[in-house]
Design a protein around this ligand. Structure first.
Ligand code: ZN
Length: 444
């Protein structure tokens, strides 16, 4: 098996040494100016509509210096050459909705609650470290992690450890505790006399809302995550109903505060009143958006609101069809694909997000691509949603999510053609982040 992978990939690494100083590249001997050339048969750069054939990427230190046709220019003598053969090279992928502190807990193993009630913080942190590594291993070189689910400010420390090179992991944008209202987040269902931990910081009133945002921003939140809907069910008429949480006034206090810090607000919102409040309150991104009306799509276009749909996660772990929750599970996906298609055709800005952690990190994060294509994206649009578009959501256009001079050298490669079948993105064989190879094909 290894042998087949190796031959299909044709990876050849050849270090060229010996001529550095004579060549006038004195700086090439310093670590920052390390030179790497990656060659591949196909390049999808994250922005262009078409792939390019037989390209070479020159990397200097942590950034891409040049992108040009293979063998069109003399290579620097000191460059390490990584020839990926018939592979398709792409920018490192970006998942804008992850939970490294969740592990897709099996309900039979205690589900969500046991993580907050019985797991030591250190144990949750260890698992989160492994999740971060798993993201990188799957080719996701950047993630926006959408709250720690009762694990406090653990994401701030893990991001720091990654940035300092202590542990492998993607670039992270973190949102710490998140904010919801009383009655707006688990843990729930315990005796009213018992105080149980909550998976979100619960607030009531604009003053508490602003204070929570200030605390989280002060302690390291890059984004503020707000829950604008909570429970959902199917009513007697067959409509999906979602309980709204924060008021517009509460949300506006959070958005005003967060924007003052130059940061942004992501709103979990399924549909109905809560989704409307999310838009009226000025959310920068709508998470999930299961049922978005035409008027709400028009409002998103006017306000420049992003949509992070997370389609695939709603296809997992359905309850039995004849139960209340089972009906809700089926109604959610019936509405979601329609909303996605309408938003796509209207031109709403869509970024790739998966809610991984809501399902196990051992499952392929890239399963989301096939859902995006199923509901109307071309494979290239789906790839761009996880590269240049996601970078735009994060305010990093031109720096990540693109293979171009000046961008960080975050690159991945797959053995097949993702434009023929996006599912090949589930099997990423080569991963480079910040100019350093994290993963290369077996046998190389
Ligand atoms: Zn989520």
């Amino acid at each position: 098996m290894k042998r087949i992978i190796f031959l299909a990939f044709g990876l050849v690494i050849a270090a060229r040494v010996g001529l550095a100083e004579e060549g006038g590249h004195a700086a090439a001997s310093t670590p920052d100016a390390r030179l790497v050339v990656i060659r591949a048969q196909w390049l999808i750069d994250g922005i262009a509509d078409k792939p390019r054939h037989n390209m070479e990427i020159l990397i200097r230190g942590e950034r891409i210096a040049e992108v040009h046709p293979a063998n069109s220019q003399p290579l620097p003598a000191t460059a390490q050459v990584i020839d990926l053969g018939a592979a398709t090279l792409l920018p490192g992928l970006i998942d804008t909705h992850t939970h490294i502190f969740l592990q897709g807990e099996d309900p039979a193993a205690g589900g969500y609650d046991v993580q907050l009630l019985k797991f030591p913080a250190s144990y949750r942190a260890v698992r989160a470290v492994l999740s971060a590594r798993r993201a990188l291993d799957q080719g996701f070189t950047s993630i926006r992690d959408m709250e720690t689910e009762g694990a406090g400010y653990g994401d701030v420390g893990i991001k720091r450890a990654i940035n300092e090179g202590l542990i492998p992991g993607p670039r992270m944008w973190v949102s710490t505790l998140s904010i919801s209202s009383t009655g707006g987040y688990p843990l729930e269902g315990y005796a009213p006399e018992i105080t149980v931990p909550k998976g979100s910081q619960l607030i009531d009133g604009p003053v508490e809302a602003r204070k929570a945002a200030r605390e989280q921003l002060d302690k390291g939140a890059d984004w503020i995550k707000v829950y604008m809907t909570h429970r959902s069910w199917v009513d007697a008429q067959g409509a999906l109903i979602s309980q709204p949480t924060l008021t517009v006034e509460e949300l506006k206090a959070i958005v005003d505060e967060t924007h003052g810090w130059g940061r942004k607000v992501a709103c979990h919102a399924y549909n109905g009143v809560g989704l409307q409040r999310a838009l009226d309150g000025g959310c920068d991104s709508i998470e999930h958006g299961l049922e978005i009306t035409d008027a709400q799509i028009a409002q998103m276009l006017r306000q420049g609101t992003w949509y992070v749909p997370t389609l695939e996660v709603y296809y997992t772990d359905w309850d039995a069809a004849d139960t209340e929750s089972g009906k809700r599970d089926r109604k959610r996906v019936a509405l979601h694909g329609v909303s996605f298609g309408k938003a796509l055709h209207a031109g709403v800005k869509i970024a790739f997000g998966t809610d991984v952690g809501g399902f196990k990190w051992s499952e392929p994060i890239a399963a989301e691509f096939a859902r995006e294509v199923e509901f109307g994206m071309t494979p290239m649009q789906a790839i761009q949603s996880a590269t240049s578009r996601a970078a735009e959501l994060l305010g990093k256009r031109g720096e990540i999510g693109v293979v171009a001079p000046g961008a960080y050298a975050d690159l991945i490669a797959v053995a097949g053609d993702p434009l023929m079948d996006v599912n090949v993105l589930k099997s990423v064989r080569f991963v480079m982040k910040n100019g350093l190879v994290f993963k290369e094909p077996a046998g190389s």
